[in-house]
Every structure is written in C-alpha cells, then in structure tokens.
Design a protein around this ligand. Structure first.
Ligand SMILES: Cc1cc2nc3c(=O)[nH]c(=O)nc-3n(C[C@H](O)[C@H](O)[C@H](O)COP(=O)(O)OP(=O)(O)OC[C@H]3O[C@@H](n4cnc5c(N)ncnc54)[C@H](O)[C@@H]3O)c2cc1C
Length: 444
C-alpha cells in the first residue's frame, strides 16, 4: 500500500438522514426584525454549499468567515511559487463525489491520481531491509481483513484493539498506516466509524482543489475576516456576533470544524443542548499536516512523483512526495502525535527536522537545494484545531447526533456531520447541502 491521505475502504451510508428532517420552519418564525434570512458561519466546502443552496431558494444569505480567504481546509498554497494543496488534495470516491460535477461545470480539469515515480521505504533515513518492507505490506493488509472478520456489531472497538492480537511486531506497523491516512493514533479511532467511511477512486485537481473550492463560492455574499465569537439563539431567531458587530437572522448554519466548537471559540446563549455537547465529546480532531520545501537545482536522479517513506518508528513516521508533477517542491506529510509535536515545535524546527532526514536519505548536498518552506500546521490553526474529525471509540453515533438541528434554527453542518462522507471535502459539501435542504423542505 502506498501511504497517502485516506486510502479508505468503507461502507455506504446516506448522510444527513432523519437528523436533517427535524422540524424547522421559517414561516413559523414570529415576526422579528432580521437583517437577513440565513447566516452561514464558515466559508469552507460545507458553508459554501449551504449558502449556494439557500440562495437558490430565493432567501437572503450571508457567510461570515474568520479567515481572509474562502475554502477552509481546502487550501491551495502558492506562497512558495509552485503551488500545492496544503489541505485537501484528493477528490475521494470520485464516482459520487459532488466535486467531480462541480469541477466539470466550472470547466476545471481533474485527473487520475498522479502515482508513479516509485516508492522507497526508510528507517531513520536508511533504506529499509526487504524483509521489513514485506512485513509492513502484510501488516497493512490486516486492517481491512480484521474489519471483515472481527465482530464490532455488539461493541465498538478502537482500531488498536481490533488489531491488538496481531503481535508486538505487526501491531505497530499495521497501525502506523493510519497515521498517514486518518492522521490519528489507532487507539483513538472508532472501528465502526472507520468502517462506515465511503471508498472509491480518487481524482486530483491539477490547478488546486483549494482553488476550486474557493471558486465555487463566487456570487455569494462572503464576508471575510469576520470571526464569529457569539451566537445567541435565545429568541425566535439568531443573533450572531463577529468582528464588525452583530447580525440577526431567522436561522444559522454553522460549519466551523468541531475543533473550533470544542475550543469554545464561539459562546452560545443559551448553551448548546446536552445532546449536542455529548456528540461533540465523542468527536476529536486528527492532526494530519504537511510541510512543503521549495527546492531548486540538483534532483539527485530521483524520479518526479516518487514517494520516500520514513517508517523507522511510528513517532517519526513521515512520507515525502518528491518533486510532484515535476514541481520544485518536496512535500512531507505526517499525522497523530508526531504531527502535533512538530506543529507545536514551530516552522523552523519542522523545516530543520525534515531537511536533516532528507539529507540522510539522499545525501548532504540536498540541504543546498532547500530554498524556502511552508508549514500549514493545522493542529495549531485557531480556525481548524486539527485536520478533520475523528470519532472516538464507543461514540459512533456522534456524527448523526451533531447534525440534529438545535432549537429549530441552528444547524451544525460540515465534514464531521457527513456520516460515511465524513473527513472529506465531498462529505462537507453534501452536509452543507443537506442543512440547506432541511430549511427549504420545512419552509414548504
Ligand atoms: C492536511 C489535510 C489533508 C486533507 N486531505 C484531504 C483530501 O485529500 N481529500 C478530502 O476530501 N479531504 C481532505 N482533507 C479534509 C478536508 O479538507 C475537510 O474535510 C474539508 O475541507 C472540511 O470542510 P468544512 O467546510 O467542513 O470545514 P472547513 O473547510 O474547515 O470550513 C470551515 C470554515 O469555518 C471557518 N471558521 C472557523 N472558525 C470560525 C469562526 N469562529 N467564525 C467564522 N468562521 C470560522 C474556517 O476558517 C473555515 O473556512 C484534508 C485535510 C487536511 C488538513
């Protein structure tokens, strides 16, 4: 298996479901001055999709976004010159992912995954022995076969428990694959939730998935640099406070990441109901992150697109995409506690660490080719607090519970509420549309 983001093989599940069918009626809202019909908080994939869908029904809608850009965790970073997707890169399960159609409609090219260039495995910067590589491959296969055979019908397990009796050698190897796919330690991942995640073929967007998501917000009233700090839903509508003041609306679709909600960056009056708070308690944020090096000059005979995996120990696991698409870039990505540690250490230490490692793998001359770096450390990003939602073992009902409308006027949407589509841009979009559809349906 070539480690990369989300090589998932999961079951089918309809998102939203009955949760979104709960009663909501704009028509029933008592007459109260509202500045706008619907406020959407967050201009990521979910917020943009929700706002476009609300707008299509003829209602007025404004999107309040904390950052100075739209797209959220779908972000094409051009700060180094050649661009790369610092967040989402793959259109997963492309056959049914709404982004295949959106790209087509906007005339944006998509392409099959740019695999090729070879795959090399290292332990502490030295090539890994063939026997160890074989052992790794076998161990990765065990996750899916265990999911097929171990009974998780009666009790939800963590992935670590599911694989626990593979033995002291195989278990850490098998679980380390999840650090690069799910971005979290296997002891913190619900096996049931993992199993329900959708799978399928992946596409990429050569001009940038982040650029595509941001572009899909064209025509919307997106107000940038407006971090929302308070939402009052005590009356018949909602009053939302952001940097430039308060805005009243009949309803609010809230698409901030669960990390932001758990950090209590937004004060709710009254407090969110116990069921919503319980749902949040069962969801955490993973820590998948990337670090990009701008490299110029000698490529040391390495084929563009090659993958170099450092796999000596799980706490230092990192994969490098070497010169992807022939660009002057090397992109490292890692997850779990190692990613947390490197994020907290800061960009200089992160750059020094990966440069040292690559110099051991390739030769010390590599250092001279490193000209600049960019480190989108999602774990310490105040508007994300991590990469994407991870369902804790025993909390596999949390995603659906979080999607339950609050007080018939507050809808929480986003990748975390997307059922089998969770953790992805496609899921976020479907969840945003589902929230907007509930508004429209119940207005009728
Ligand atoms: C490194 C990495 C790799 C990934 N790879 C993939 C991949 O290959 N394929 C894939 O499908 N998915 C991938 N994902 C996941 C994907 O990016 C997310 O699931 C998706 O973008 C989430 O969309 P969303 O709209 O739910 O949330 P977001 O995109 O996070 O949007 C929420 C918005 O709310 C804003 N916000 C936060 N707080 C406030 C506030 N207080 N007030 C106002 N606005 C606020 C944020 O700035 C953000 O713009 C990856 C993520 C990461 C981090």
């Amino acid at each position: 298996m070539k480690p990369r983001y989300a090589t998932l093989d999961r079951r089918k599940l309809l998102i939203g479901g009955s949760a979104m069918a709960a009663a909501f009626s704009l028509a029933r809202a008592p007459a109260r001055a509202a500045d706008i019909d619907v406020i959407v908080v967050g201009a990521g994939a979910a917020g943009i999709a929700a706002a476009q869908a609300v707008k299509a029904t003829g209602r007025s809608v404004a999107v309040l976004e904390a950052r100075g850009r739209a797209g959220g965790r779908a972000f094409t970073d051009s700060s180094l010159g050649p661009s790369y997707d610092a967040g989402a890169m793959y259109i997963h399960w492309a056959e049914r992912n709404p982004w295949s159609d959106i790209a087509r409609e906007l005339g944006v090219e998509t392409a099959p995954e740019p695999w090729g260039g070879g795959f090399r495995v290292f332990a502490e910067g030295r090539p890994m022995a063939d026997a160890d590589r074989r052992r790794r491959r076998d161990a990765f296969r065990q996750i899916d076969s265990r999911l097929e055979t171990v009974d998780i019908g009666t009790r939800d397990l963590s992935i670590a428990e599911l694989l626990g009796d593979l033995g002291p050698e195989m278990t850490p190897v098998a679980t380390s694959g999840l650090l690069l796919s799910i971005g979290e330690e296997s002891s913190r991942i619900s096996a049931r939730d993992y199993q329900r995640l959708w799978s399928g073929d992946d596409l990429v967007v050569p001009s940038g998935y982040g650029n595509l998501v941001a572009r899909s917000g064209a025509g919307l009233d997106i107000r940038l640099n407006e971090p929302v700090t308070a939402i009052d839903w005590s009356g018949s509508g909602v009053t939302v406070t952001s940097r430039s003041g308060t805005l009243r609306a009949k309803a609010c679709i809230l698409t901030v990441p669960v990390g932001v909600l758990k950090a209590e960056a937004i004060r709710f009056t009254p407090a969110l109901p116990a069921a919503t708070r319980d749902a949040l308690a069962g969801l955490n944020m993973g820590a998948l992150t990337k670090i990009a090096l701008k490299v110029e000059g000698d490529r040391f005979g390495i084929t563009p697109g090659a993958s170099f995996l450092e796999s000596g120990k799980p706490e230092g696991l990192i994969n490098f995409d070497m010169y992807p698409d022939g660009k002057d870039l090397v992109i490292g990505y890692c997850g779990g506690d190692f990613a947390r540690q490197i994020s907290q250490a800061g960009p200089d230490e992160a750059r020094a660490h990966v440069t040292d490692l690559l110099a051991t793998m390739i030769g010390s001359e590599f250092r001279k080719t490193v000209k600049a770096s960019s480190f989108p450390a999602w774990w310490i990003d105040p508007f994300a607090h991590g990469s994407y939602s991870i369902c804790a073992p025993g909390h596999d009902a949390a995603r659906d519970a979080l999607a339950q409308p609050v007080g018939e006027r507050l809808f929480i949407a986003g990748e975390a509420t997307a059922g089998g589509g969770a953790i992805t841009v496609g899921g976020a979009t479907l969840a945003g549309r589902a929230a907007a559809a509930a508004l429209a349906r119940l207005k009728a």
